[in-house]
Design a protein around this ligand. Structure first.
Ligand code: OFO
Length: 168
C-alpha cells in the first residue's frame, strides 16, 4: 500500500514523464517538417519511450492500491532553433528529470517505502543511459559544426541510436 506522500510524489512524476513525451513529440514534428527524417524518427521513438515511462508509473501506482492521476500538460514550443539547441534542450530536460527521480528516491527512503524504492531503481539506470545518449549526440553535433554534408550523415546515423525496444 502506498502512503499518501508517496502516491502524490509518484503522481507528480507521471506528469513529468507525460510532459517529456509531449516535448519530444513536438521536437519530432519540427524535425520532420524540416525534412530531417532520421532526427524525426529518433524523437518520435524517444517520445514513445517517455510515454512508456509514464505508463509504468500509472500501472505501479494502481497495482499498489493508489490512484494514478492523469493531468493537463503545458503546450511545448513549436520551434527549437537549431538541432544543436534542440539537443541541448533535451539534455537539460533529462538532467532535470534525473533530479526529480533522485528526489523521489529520497522521499521513499524517508518514508521507508522499500518496494517503491526498488521500483524506482529502473528509472535511476534509465536516466544514466538517457543523459549519456544526449551527451553523445551533442558531442557529434559539435564535431559536425556547420558542415551540411555532416548533418546529412548525422540524420542518417541517428536512426541507429533508436533503442531496439522502440523499433518494435
Ligand atoms: Fe527521459 O525521462 Fe523518462 O524517466
Amino acid at each position: 500500500m502506498l502512503s499518501p506522500i508517496i502516491e502524490e510524489a509518484l503522481n507528480g512524476q507521471i506528469k513529468i514523464e507525460a510532459q517529456s513525451s509531449q516535448i519530444y513529440l513536438a521536437m519530432a514534428s519540427w524535425a520532420e517538417v524540416l525534412g530531417f527524417e532520421g532526427v524525426a524518427q529518433f524523437m518520435y521513438a524517444h517520445s514513445d519511450e517517455e510515454r512508456m515511462h509514464m505508463l509504468k508509473l500509472v500501472k505501479f501506482i494502481n497495482e499498489r492500491g493508489g490512484h494514478a492521476k492523469i493531468s493537463a500538460l503545458d503546450a511545448p514550443p513549436t520551434e527549437f532553433g537549431s538541432f544543436k539547441e534542440m539537443f541541448q534542450e533535451l539534455f537539460k530536460h533529462e538532467v532535470k528529470v534525473s533530479a526529480c527521480i533522485n528526489d523521489l528516491v529520497d522521499i521513499c527512503l524517508k518514508e521507508k517505502d522499500y518496494a517503491t524504492h526498488n521500483f524506482l531503481q529502473w528509472y535511476v539506470s534509465e536516466q544514466i543511459e538517457e543523459e549519456a545518449l544526449a551527451r553523445n549526440i551533442l558531442d557529434k553535433i559539435k564535431l559536425i559544426g556547420d558542415d551540411k554534408g555532416g548533418f546529412y550523415l548525422f540524420d542518417n546515423d541517428i536512426k541507429l541510436l533508436i533503442t531496439t525496444a522502440n523499433k518494435a
